[in-house]
Design a protein around this ligand. Structure first.
Ligand code: ATP
Ligand code: MG
Length: 697
């Protein structure tokens, strides 16, 4: 027999707005815990879906599950990702408005899995397009390819996406997927040349070595053993039990064909992958004058062939730097350290540009073939955003700075859109809006991105003073310019007490999600992202068709400095925000339950952090500001009409009048509810629970 506990006590509420004590974080977490224990990984905050990674296959994504959620009302079935998928799709079809699903959460929380399930849902349940049915396969098959090149095993996630991704799926007027487009953000290219202990380089390297055919490896001059490659041994974990590189390679090979790669293109692509490995094995020795000389002839030979460049040019470019002074070219020899730096910079540039090329190539294959036809105009777009969550590590650098800035922007957008849609609903329903207290993080976005006075501007300015500026002069300039900002602190600016927790080479930002201390070491270098001129020239002469598309001669003649990394990122984020603003938003907030990647473990401290980072309490407060619950009159009447003799078994009049009769019969007090144009709004969960409980008697 079920204990005295009601189901609500046992499995919690399926929408956080129904929590009696909605401002209590403890109550919030307790609700998550109860549901997690029952394998109920999904819970709503109004229209927002909160998801906890179960780290086990719950068998909840089958075709039957898809069918169960098709065409039903959001609140009438248990919370599920497919409910969001279907709601979004129906809004797209009936209102013909573009939609965007924004998926956020920290590394390992389940963002990419959610994105894949959503795509699967659309691929399986949407009608097939009349022409170009291949698009559906391409949409699905672009994933393994991008993951091979953009994902890696990290300490947090065996399949961690090391880039941000926004994908548009285009639907025709019949609701069939007819095209797609991908935008990628900030690939973590430092991983190409270095991995922390317990981490790997990008999957594709291991896949090729494990799964590539003998003949291919021979042509590329590769050995099977990853230990042979310096770029693959730093993390000391080439083998991962949860990953089968060999079978993954087969999947990737097939996927490449589906997304329109010719055999030649595959060959060119693999030549580049191999050349990165060979580059890593290039060694230098110092001559009598301490100048670097290449000592690994064999590697150089393979590189020359795979990249299609002149051997002597490449050798010279790896060991010299070309400077143009007063119109004259000077070659200045590099020492050992500089040569290693140049080699690694080349490897990173080759790899990251190839990744960008790959995204472009995939986009060509996904481009709707109907673009020119009249039906094109009537397509609608569904966007999926799978982007890195807030990051706070022991040691935070330029990468975390960019990622956290991105989260600040998205949080701002979220607050703006949520408040707006709440306000709009109240207005549409003719109910007075009650202002909500919330923290507007615009002040932090400005601190980072403002012209002249923002951190990125100051960083760029320092990057314009080569030879003079250092990471520390950058910090000083920050201190001089920003000084008394409530969200910014350094050792010098801190009071006695706080000073102890800050080193001299650090600055601290008070993000909406909490404090993060960044070390300035490497900021200038990473923002400049310099590739010596003669290496660029060498690559521009490459006969590998992919390389020659990645390195363009205009880069050499162009007098204008290329945009810095931070500025490029800022501009791509502004563009992303515009894209998202033009669409109807939906949100999936992913939570990682423990750091051990294990099922059944609910680590409260870790989860509490994420609830904070994801702004869930803030979200709940905004949603609950006025009313806990709102429902269309028809749906409300249908569910509770049996509780009132006048509405049971049928109510002949307007549903709104039926509901009025019903709630009067149930004894609702005037302050407990409001009648809108199409919906009833109920202020407190207990009113609803009492009604719900009455049904069971
Ligand atoms: P990152 O930011 O590092 O890319 P992520 O949020 O994209 O992280 P995922 O790669 O989606 O994280 O998930 C990590 C792992 O967790 C998956 O490989 C899978 O093993 C497991 N996982 C995630 N979501 C689910 C789910 N809904 N059901 C079962 N397992 C899941
Ligand atoms: Mg991911």
């Amino acid at each position: 027999m079920e204990s005295a506990l009601t189901a609500r006590d046992r499995v919690g509420v399926q929408d956080f707005v129904l929590l009696e004590n909605f401002t209590s974080e403890a109550a919030f977490i307790e609700n998550l815990r109860r549901r997690f224990r029952e394998n109920l990984i999904y819970t709503y905050i109004g229209p927002v879906l909160v998801s906890v990674n179960p780290y086990r296959d719950l068998q909840i994504y089958s075709r039957q599950h898809m069918e169960r959620y098709r065409g039903v009302s959001f609140y009438e079935v248990p919370p599920h990702l497919f409910a969001v998928a279907d709601t979004v799709y129906r809004a797209l079809r009936t209102e013909r408005r573009d939609q965007a699903v924004m998926i956020s959460g920290e590394s390992g929380a389940g963002k990419t899995e959610a994105t894949k399930r959503l795509l699967q849902f659309y691929a399986e349940t949407c009608p097939a397009p009349e022409r170009g049915g291949a698009v559906r396969d391409r949409l699905l098959q672009s994933n393994p390819v991008l993951e091979a090149f953009g994902n890696a095993k990290t300490l947090r996630n065996d399949n961690s996406s090391r880039f941000g991704k926004y994908m548009d799926v285009q639907f025709d007027f019949k609701g069939a997927p007819v095209g797609g487009h991908i935008l990628s953000y900030l690939l973590e290219k430092s991983r190409v040349v270095h991995q922390n202990h317990g981490e790997r380089n990008f999957h594709v390297f291991y896949q090729l070595l494990e799964g590539g055919e003998e003949e291919i490896l021979r042509r590329l001059g590769l050995e099977r053993n990853p230990q042979s490659y310096l770029y693959l041994v730093k993390g000391q974990c080439a083998k991962v039990s949860s990953i089968n590189d060999k079978s993954d390679w087969k999947v990737v090979r097939k996927a490449l064909t589906v997304i329109d790669f010719t055999e030649d293109e595959v060959e060119d692509l693999l030549s580049i992958v191999a050349s990165v490995l060979h580059l890593g094995n290039i060694h230098f020795a110092a001559d009598e004058e301490s100048n670097a000389q290449v000592t690994t002839e064999n590697q150089l030979k393979y590189l020359t062939r795979l990249l299609g460049v002149e051997g002597s040019t490449l050798r010279e470019a790896l060991t010299h730097r070309k400077i143009i002074a007063k119109g004259e070219e000077l070659l200045s020899p590099l020492n050992l350290e500089q040569a290693a730096y140049a080699r690694d910079a080349l490897a990173k540039a080759v790899y990251s540009r190839t990744f960008t090329w790959l995204v472009r190539k995939i986009n060509r294959s996904l481009a709707s073939k109907d673009a020119e036809s009249p039906s094109w105009r009537s397509t609608t777009v569904l966007g999926l955003l799978d982007i890195y969550g807030f990051e706070v590590f022991q040691h935070n650098s330029f990468e975390q700075f960019c990622i956290n800035y991105c989260n600040e922007k998205l949080q701002q957008l979220f607050i703006e859109l949520t408040l707006k849609s709440e306000q709009e609903e109240y207005e549409a329903e003719g109910i007075a809006w009650e202002p909500v207290q919330y923290f507007n993080n615009k002040i932090i976005c400005d601190l980072v991105e403002e012209k002249f006075k923002g951190i990125i501007s100051i960083l760029d300015e320092e990057c314009l003073r080569p030879g003079e500026a250092t990471d520390l002069t950058f910090l000083e300039k920050l201190e001089d310019t920003i000084k008394h900002h409530p969200h910014f602190l350094t050792h010098k600016l801190a009071d006695q007490r706080t000073r102890k927790s800050l080193d001299r080479g650090e600055f601290r930002l008070l993000h909406y999600a909490g404090e993060v201390t960044y070390s300035v070491a490497g900021f200038l270098d990473k923002n400049n992202d310099l590739l010596f001129r003669n290496l660029k020239e060498t690559m521009c002469s490459s006969e590998n068709p992919i390389m020659s598309q990645c390195f363009d001669r205009s880069e050499l003649s162009d007098k204008k400095r290329p945009e810095t990394v931070a500025t490029q990122f800022k501009m791509s984020l502004l563009q992303l925000v515009e894209i998202l603003k033009s669409k109807e938003p939906a949100y999936v907030r992913c939570i990682k339950p423990n750091d051990a990647k294990q099922p059944g473990r609910f680590d409260e401290v870790l989860i509490r952090h994420q609830v904070k980072y994801l702004g869930l309490m803030e979200n709940l407060r905004v949603r609950r500001a006025g009313f806990a619950y709102r429902r269309k009159y028809e749906a409300f009447l249908q569910r509770y009409k049996s509780l009132c003799p006048e509405t049971w078994p049928t109510w002949a009049g307007r549903p709104q009048d039926g509901v009025a009769v019903l709630v009067r019969h149930l004894g609702y007090k005037p302050e407990e509810y409001k009648m809108g144009r199409t919906k009833i709004f109920i202020r407190f969960p207990k009113t609803l629970f009492a009604t719900e409980d009455a049904l069971e008697v």
